[in-house]
Design a protein around this ligand. Structure first.
Ligand SMILES: [Zn+2]
Length: 423
């Protein structure tokens, strides 16, 4: 099976800006030149030293060093004059990283078009993994800071983070920083394949839609209804409470209630989709407890399942969630759940990306049929196009058909936990 290591898709645009504001002071005060792991981080020396021009596809990129800088006197610009497909970006020299370690990345950008932030991870096996960190809105006039905190896996070797442009327009970046934040304990190693005797009583599949996208409501859940499947919507409550603030990209409260009335489950995915690791008790209260209170009063029923934003969690976050959510907590570590390692407060989910093939899904389903495992599929958007964390409705329907053809029972995540907990 292909285990994809991926980040849960954060809410675009406004929540990203939220993160920027939230992390601005800590990043700018803590980073000094001595602990920045990026060589020539503001492109001040050479032409510039340790930076390379990268890209793929058919487009006409022009890579320039600009005198308009956020830091020092130079910055990096890519201008795409003609665009058919692919992307173009400046890349710093790969940074060697320590496994199981938390890092903080930040940089400033300006752009005439929406862009994104991606990470290229190299593992000790030499395999590369490309993950999407976020979408960034147009910022033609002002330098905007972005920052991300992430944890390397136990076989990480090197990483690169860049701002690809994938349309006609320009993007300018400056003042990159990557610092090691703290060492986290290594994850439990994956258990060996389990024999059938070690499985749950039957294989199960659950279908989760994270972040509460309106296009999932309009194009994803109706397909579940066609197949008679019940899924779950993991709601970021600030988007539901303030739909206008988020350009109505997310489900409003009426739509959340409607899903619940149709038999789908509603889970809590925090208030504003921030990384919960390192938050104080008051902040955890507003990100973990308040969404529960809001959803319970909206739906008139208990909300006891939590999904961590960006899959970021540690012992403090897990303990806090455990105190308030009786059913469990989900991450997105790209594994199936098997009996010998099952932890209801560390449920594995398998992210479905735009690039996930039907064959990969079928292979994963056949592995859980062999082991009587529980497979949680993590979806985000259902819409045309090829954004990493979106899927077209036609592909989604084909995947649901593959699930139906497999004969494996589909139940909402929280029902699956209740079912297998006693086994
Ligand atoms: Zn999310």
């Amino acid at each position: 099976m292909v285990y994809i290591k991926a980040f849960s898709r954060p809410n675009i645009f406004f929540i990203i800006s939220f993160l920027l504001i939230a992390s601005f002071s800590s990043v700018s005060t803590n980073v000094s030149a001595s602990n920045n792991l990026i060589s020539n981080p503001s492109a001040e020396s050479g032409s510039p030293t340790d930076w390379s021009k990268n890209g793929w596809g058919t487009n006409q990129p022009e890579y320039t060093l600009e005198n308009d800088a956020q830091d020092g006197s130079k910055s990096l610009k890519v201008t795409v004059n003609n665009y058919t497909n692919g992307d173009a970006r400046w890349s710093f020299k790969d940074v060697t990283v320590t496994p199981n370690t938390q890092y903080k990345f930040s940089a400033y950008y300006k752009s005439s078009v929406p862009i994104e932030v991606d990470m290229d991870s190299t593992f000790t096996t030499g395999i590369h993994d490309y993950s999407w960190l976020g979408d960034l809105p147009t910022s033609p006039d002002n330098w905007t800071q972005v920052s991300y905190t992430f944890t390397t896996s136990n076989d990480s070797k090197a990483i690169n983070i860049y701002f690809p442009i994938f349309s006609k327009g320009w993007v300018q970046t400056d003042n990159y920083s990557l610092v090691s934040d703290s060492v986290v304990p290594p994850p439990t190693p994956l258990p060996p394949p389990t024999p059938v005797s070690d499985g749950f009583k039957r294989p199960l599949i659950s279908i989760d839609f994270d972040d509460g996208w309106k296009n999932a409501y309009k194009s994803g859940f109706p397909v579940l209804d066609e197949f008679g499947f019940k899924g779950s919507a993991m709601i970021v409550t600030d988007t539901t409470q303030n739909p206008d603030r988020y350009n109505n990209l997310y489900m409003n409260s009426t739509e959340v209630v409607n899903l619940s009335n149709r038999g789908h489950k509603i889970g809590s995915h925090s208030a504003t989709h921030v990384n919960l690791v390192g938050l104080n008790d008051g902040q955890l209260q507003s990100e973990v407890v308040n969404p529960k209170i809001y959803l319970e009063s909206l739906l008139g029923q208990p909300i006891n399942y939590f999904v961590t934003p960006f899959c970021e969690h540690n012992a403090e976050v897990t303990d806090y969630v455990r105190q308030h959510y009786t059913i469990g907590m989900r991450n997105c570590d790209s594994n199936v759940n098997i009996k010998s390692s099952f932890d209801q407060y560390n449920v594995n989910a398998f992210p479905i990306l735009n690039t996930t093939t039907l064959a990969e899904l079928q292979k994963t389903i056949s592995s859980i049929k062999q082991n009587n495992g529980w497979l949680v599929l993590m979806y985000h958007e259902v819409k045309p196009g090829n954004e990493a964390y979106s899927i077209t409705q036609a592909n989604f329907r084909a995947q649901m058909q593959a699930i139906k053809d497999s004969g494996v029972v589909v139940v909402p995540s929280e029902d699956a936990i209740i079912e297998i907990n006693g086994q």
